[in-house]
Design a protein around this ligand. Sequence first.
Ligand code: GLN
Length: 542
Amino acid sequence: MTRFIFITGGVVSSLGKGLASASLGALLQARGYKVRLRKLDPYINVDPGTMSPYQHGEVYVTDDGAETDLDLGHYERFTNVDAKQSDNVTTGRIYSQVIARERRGEYLGATIQVIPHITDAIKEFVKADLNGEDFVLCEIGGTVGDIESLPFLEAIRQLGNDLGRRQTMFVHVTLVPFIAAAGELKTKPTQHSVRELQNVGIQADLLLCRSEQTIPDSERRKIANFCNVREDAVIPAMDVKNIYQVPVSYHAEGLDREVCRHFELDYAEEPDLEPWEHVAKRAVEPEGEVAVAVVGKYTGLKDAYKSLSEALAHGGIANNVKVNLKWIESEIFENGGTVQALEDAHAILVPGGFGERGAEGKIEAARFARERGVPYFGICFGMQMAVVEAARNLAGIEKAGSTEFGPCEEPIVGLMTEWKKDGIRETRDEGSDKGGTMRLGAYPCVLGDNSRVKQIYDEAEISERHRHRYEVNMAYEPHLAKAGLIFSGKSPDGVLPEIVEIPDHPWFIGVQFHPELKSRPFQPHPLFTDFIRAAVDQSRLV
Ligand code: GLN
């Protein structure tokens, strides 16, 4: 039997609902259950692919090429279950589906309404594409009380009735703020939020109460009484130092035990959380530290590079060091700023990005790293800019540039108009829709013999996830190779360049894909592990 756990949030946003869901998934997994996590987002965009990372954080890409919410990244990192397109849906996608069906006449003349047509489509989504999971955890984005979330709440309320209490559970994440002036924890916002849920017919079964302070038993009792929840099911969820401590901490407060109890499952045997304890210990008690400069455009909002900072942290865990990130706005190099900011970095990383603003600064950063022998990791846009830099300054192609910034005499990076995915030809042109039309998802890549990347991966063929519209121009390969930049990873048909490296440099690698999306705390990505190792070597030199 597949059981459904619906996770809603109340009081304020940014309560860490995604992490809480991911942690509950990990705990149930540690108890031997098969889990799947899904995110239902109430906004109108069809997917977050067209949203600014400033507003919504990073776009997480799955193997099957879906552009999804960054919470799916937490789910994958915590459970190691690969997410799919069928794990993230938005209001926009649901409405698009329903309207398309209406246009095809599939509703046989009915008047299309939120209830039942939209809610039915949401329910279908929740139950679709499952494969013998014991638990499906569905997180509802936004905060209870938002207009947009109403159809989602109605749909999960109905599912509670359709499937019955033994197959569904409602978890509500709330905030219990500490009011310093009064020296007290306040339970009233939680009471209101739970009542808001009751207004739409949902009775929370378990409350996860985020708080900076320990919640005393008296307050727990009060919350239980006012919110109509058993006292044991009021779980204090205290702030922790590191996100990888969350599963162990929530377990200690009884989260997974209470979920098992709700479903009348045996909970007497303790789950094995040793791997989590190990990772958390490594993360909070490292033996050394290194500084990595991340030269990007959205450095103001750390969520814009969520998977990247996690992957770097995993590289740190693997090398038993803390990775201190120095976020550097690439435009500073263009506005008369000096490369001084890079001087004390032990390694430099230029992540993915879009558009011309800040591009010259990234090229400068790549040049600095190449000339000074500082480890350089270029990811997607960071690879493209490193190739432009090498073309200009190593191969002497002065006008080298990318057509992403307009017409270009020497298009080292150009718009990709045709490629193959699973043997099927895909084409795009300048006028294509912006949403969902990039080279997206997992593609195979063959690693060059005797290359550094082959040594690092210890494999001949790899699969990595993509999200880009432009591509390094293969026509320039001979020039660049002669100048010292080799193409060490290519698509199996040899048509698409995937990895470049400079053999004559301590560590200079650019990848067209996003390796950060596949790094896990228990299986740090080999490129990040080796990049941080190189940073540690560099830190011993300076
Ligand atoms: N803007 C570049 C492209 O579309 C790089 C994209 C990225 O870094 N994800 O190809």
